[in-house]
Design a binder for this molecule. Structure first.
Ligand code: PMP
Length: 351
């Protein structure tokens, strides 16, 4: 049976990426060696790293002042790496709390310096994106989580501020176009739209670095990674290679503009059913609904066993919601086809 993979992450990747990655593990580029048994200093792997960095630049149309890095530690280490590199000693950073991951970033920033939470959606279990908040002029940056994977909310459009923006885009990078101009830094774990777990993408304004007055441990110092072209130490070679294959696939699909149109169509299809069908209720307020993660519950909790049986029978996987919201979460990342969303909508409609 064909499986419709709605997992929140790690999650669905294009079939051609999985096949290409599997081939490279057995024999990389006809070398007679596996991708994971050659040195990262070979011309072959350096080519992988350079092509991947170049494709990020191309797909997101990044201005020259941005550097692209593939590091480790996930977005979770990013929560700490960001203030260590961008929050000056004695300065202040502004954060918006839109749920679990935003709160994780706030917790780490507090270890580094003054961290002001300028808005929060906590009082309504993060069912919306706060609006109309003000950001202190003296904040070094405003940190946002553009898509809230657990609660199913997303900024529409991305925010603006009078101070530089820093964003955790782990769960919506490459899903929609945006203007990179206002950002000092964007970071994103690979394991949603980009590739397998094991690497995290940083997009860094090199001109914004070196201003904290702080001595950084080597691995947390983004300048040192930039100086070494993202090869300061052994990079996660498999994760970077599979990411490269996914980036190539994104380009073949027509780039981020084409992916955005598809993601919007998938989200519209599912939310229309949630709104039409009295047996379901959406968690997020309509204007802040995520195109990546749709969160919803059953109107009657007692319907759960029957609904769970119906979607499982239809070959749907990964639909169980996160415990903070309950109910269901349909994650519709780039690689999930419209037909999979249609399969879920069909189950909901006939339920
Ligand atoms: N930020 C967001 C928006 C996430 O969805 C996640 C979880 N995938 C994280 C941060 C944490 O990422 P990681 O597990 O890569 O540290």
């Amino acid at each position: 049976m064909h499986i419709h993979n709605f997992s929140a992450g790690p999650c669905i990747l294009p079939q051609q990426v999985l096949r290409g990655a599997a081939d490279a593990v057995l024999d990389f580029n006809g070398m007679g060696l596996s991708l994971i048994e050659i040195s990262h200093r070979t011309a072959e792997f350096e080519g992988v790293m350079e092509e991947a960095r170049g494709l990020v630049r191309e797909l997101l149309a990044l201005p020259d002042r941005f550097e692209v890095l593939f590091l480790q530690g996930g977005a979770t280490l990013g929560f700490y790496t960001v203030p260590m590199n961008f929050l000056p000693d004695g300065g202040k950073a502004a954060y918006v709390d839109t749920g679990t991951w935003a709160a994780g970033a706030i917790k780490e920033a507090r270890l580094v310096g003054t961290t002001e939470v300028v808005a929060s959606s906590a009082a309504s279990n993060h069912n919306h994106i706060p609006k109309g908040f003000s950001v202190p002029q003296d904040a070094a940056y405003l940190h946002v989580t553009t898509n809230n994977t657990i609660f199913g909310t997303q900024y529409h459009p991305y925010p603006t501020a009078d101070v530089p923006l820093i964003a955790d885009m782990s769960s919506d990078i490459f899903s929609r176009t945006f203007d990179p101009e206002p950002y000092s830094c964007i970071y994103a774990g690979a394991q949603k739209n980009m590739g397998p777990a094991g690497t995290v993408l940083y997009i860094v304004d090199r001109e914004a670095l070196g201003k904290t007055g702080r001595k950084l441990p080597t691995y947390l110092d983004l300048s040192q990674h930039i100086a070494k072209d993202s090869m300061l130490n052994t990079p996660p070679v498999f994760a970077v290679y599979a990411t490269l294959l996914t980036l190539r696939w994104m380009r073949e699909q027509g780039g981020v503009t084409a992916l955005e149109a598809r993601n919007r169509a998938k989200a519209e299809l599912l939310y229309a059913e949630i709104d039409r069908n009295p047996r379901f209720q959406g968690h997020a307020v309509p204007e802040d609904r995520s195109w990546m993660n749709a969160t919803f519950t059953l109107t009657e909790a007692s319907d759960a066993p029957a609904f769970d049986h119906a979607w499982t029978e239809a070959g749907i996987s990964g639909l169980t919601g996160h415990r903070s919201v309950g109910g269901y979460r349909a994650s519709m990342y780039n690689a999930l086809p419209l037909e999979s969303v249609q399969a879920l909508v069909d189950v909901m409609a006939t339920f």
